[in-house]
Design a protein around this ligand. Structure first.
Ligand code: UDP
Length: 235
C-alpha cells in the first residue's frame, strides 16, 4: 500500500490517504495537548508508544469479537486502518471517579462507582466537546438510535475485556474515551486506545500511568507511557 497526501492533522495524529480508498495511513505524533488545546507540549516517543499500545488493544478486542478499524502496524509510529466516517460522539466509560466527573458530581477522585458510567460528548472542538445525552444525539442526527445501542453495548464489552486484560499486569482501568465510525455501513471502533485516552492507575500504588502526568505536571510522563507498553508487551 502507498502512503499518499495528508488529509487530516489532529492533535495527536496525522491521517493520510492511500492508493486504496478503503484504507487510511495513520501516523501518531509526539505532540500532546490538554484542556481543549490550551496546554501544549511534546512527550518524547509518545507517538511510537501509543501506536504500539493501541495495536495491542485493537488486536485484543478483535480477538474477542469487537470490530475495529485496525488493520496492521507499518512502522514504529504508523498503522493502516479502515477508512471511517467518524461519528461525532465521544464515548467515555468510567469505572472509578476521576477528572471531569469528580468536578461535576462532587465525589473525590478514586471513588469506586458501584455501576459503570457511560457518557457522551459532542465531538466539536469549537464548542469544547460538551457533554450530551442520547436525545441530543438523536436530535442532532449524529447517529441513529440503532447505532447508539450498538455503540453502548460495544463500549461496555470493551470495558470487560480491557479490565480483565489489565488486571494481571497490575493496572486499574479508571476511565477511557472511545470513538466510532462507519465503514461500508458497518460501525467500527476507531481512533486510538492509549495512555492519552485512558486513565491507567497502578493497582498497588495508585501511581498514574497516563496523560494526567502531563495534564497535572506530575513528571516522568514518558516513563509512565513506556511502563504501560512494557507491562503489555514486555518491550
Ligand atoms: N478523554 C480523551 N479525550 C478527551 C476527553 C477525555 O481521551 O477529549 C479521556 C481521558 O483521558 C479520560 C476519560 O476520557 O481517560 C475521561 O476524561 P474526563 O471527562 O475526566 O476529562 P479530563 O479530565 O480528561 O479533561
Amino acid at each position: 500500500m502507498q502512503k499518499l497526501e495528508m488529509i487530516y492533522e489532529g492533535k495527536a495524529k496525522k491521517v493520510y490517504r492511500t492508493d486504496n480508498p478503503d484504507y487510511f495511513w495513520v501516523e501518531y505524533k509526539d505532540d500532546a495537548t490538554a484542556f481543549n488545546g490550551q496546554k501544549k507540549g511534546t512527550i518524547d516517543n509518545k507517538g511510537i508508544i501509543n501506536n504500539k499500545v493501541s495495536a495491542v488493544f485493537f488486536q485484543l478486542l478483535e480477538s474477542k469479537g469487537i470490530s475495529t478499524h485496525f488493520v496492521e502496524l507499518v512502522s514504529d509510529r504508523e498503522m493502516i486502518v479502515k477508512a471511517l466516517q467518524i461519528i461525532k460522539v465521544e464515548v467515555v466509560v468510567r469505572n472509578i471517579v476521576a477528572g471531569s466527573l469528580a468536578k461535576r458530581i462532587g465525589l473525590p477522585e478514586g471513588t469506586i462507582l458501584p455501576r459503570t458510567v457511560l457518557e457522551y460528548y459532542y465531538k466539536d472542538d469549537a464548542l469544547g466537546d460538551p457533554l450530551i445525552n442520547a436525545s441530543h444525539i438523536a436530535a442532532l442526527e449524529l447517529a441513529t438510535p440503532e447505532q447508539m445501542e450498538f455503540i453502548k453495548e460495544t463500549a461496555l464489552k470493551v470495558n470487560e475485556i480491557m479490565r480483565e486484560y489489565l488486571a494481571p499486569v497490575n493496572i486499574d482501568l479508571i476511565d477511557y474515551k472511545l470513538e466510532f465510525g462507519t465503514h461500508k455501513g458497518q460501525v467500527l471502533l476507531g481512533d486510538e486506545i492509549s495512555p492519552d485516552t485512558c486513565r491507567f492507575w497502578d493497582k498497588t500504588t495508585g501511581e498514574k500511568l497516563d496523560k494526567d502526568r502531563f495534564r497535572r505536571d506530575l513528571g516522568n510522563v514518558e516513563g509512565a507511557y513506556r511502563e504501560v507498553l512494557r507491562r503489555l508487551t514486555g518491550e
